[in-house]
Design a protein around this ligand. Structure first.
Ligand code: A4P
Ligand code: MG
Length: 207
């Protein structure tokens, strides 16, 4: 069964919007990952104390049959494909593309190379604002409501809606086949995690 995951996306080097758009399509190309929904793309002031350009941030919801570590490997391969060069980076410094696993169903995991939910999720408005867009009633696995986490961060500054993507892979999965009965047949056949993205597969982090 696919698991509903939330993936944080960030970029502050190069053509940032083109990178976000292309990265979404690249993630979705994997057979094991289906992008189901995407937040708006937000212009955000840099967090973390490094003097650098502002970021574009977004959050994608996806359904995946990959294990958490296999998903992390896929995300890191995608980062590398977009020119990310980890050994040369400053921590919390500029990057062409950062892809973080924010949520993986209801899983809680704390290993050396992978912590889920993402450990700094609740400290970051650039994560919480787009995450709330795609999971408005969402909770963390420990029961914390995302809205409560957002309230704890208030007042929030330095984050502005940049654009809403008109065309993204989550929308492609929403398109119905042509023909009078195509839509109904397609909805009924929604067993592969590529349906409307709002059904039971939305994940246990949704209440
Ligand atoms: N890792 C552990 N848990 C996870 C997880 N849930 N998802 C490990 C992804 N990776 C996870 O990653 C370092 C290692 O974290 C990975 O190899 C993986 O094994 P990294 O991407 O180099 O991240 P980091 O520098 O350690 O820190 P972190 O907290 O992930 O920070 P970011 O988000 O990468 O920091 N300001 C704004 N406005 N917007 C941003 O997007 N991003 C950064 C970069 C700084 N400031 C920003 C933004
Ligand atoms: Mg990261």
């Amino acid at each position: 069964m696919p698991v509903r995951v939330a993936i944080g996306m960030g970029t502050n080097v190069g053509d940032r919007l083109a990178t976000i758009e292309a990265a979404l399509w690249t993630l979705d190309e994997a057979d094991e990952i289906a992008v189901a929904d995407v937040s708006g793309v937000w212009e955000t002031a840099p967090w973390g104390g490094v003097d650098q350009a502002s970021y574009l941030n977004a959050v994608a919801l996806a359904d995946t049959t990959l294990s958490p570590h296999a998903l992390l490997a896929d995300l890191q391969a995608t980062e590398a494909a977009f020119g990310r060069d980890r050994p040369r980076e400053v921590r919390w410094g500029p990057r062409t593309l950062d892809l973080d696993i924010l949520l993986y169903g209801d899983l809680e995991l704390a290993e050396d190379d992978l912590v889920i939910p993402h450990p700094r999720l609740v400290e970051r408005a650039f994560v919480l604002v787009p995450l709330l867009e795609v999971l408005p009633g969402g909770t963390l696995p420990d029961g914390t409501r995302l809205t409560a986490a957002m309230t704890a961060l208030a007042p929030v500054e330095g984050i502005d809606l940049h654009v809403r993507l008109a065309d993204h892979p989550g929308r492609r999965h929403l398109q119905r086949p042509d023909g009078p009965s195509g839509g109904a047949a397609w909805l009924a056949a929604d067993g592969d995690g590529r349906g409307d993205g709002r059904g039971d597969g939305r994940g246990a982090s949704e209440v």
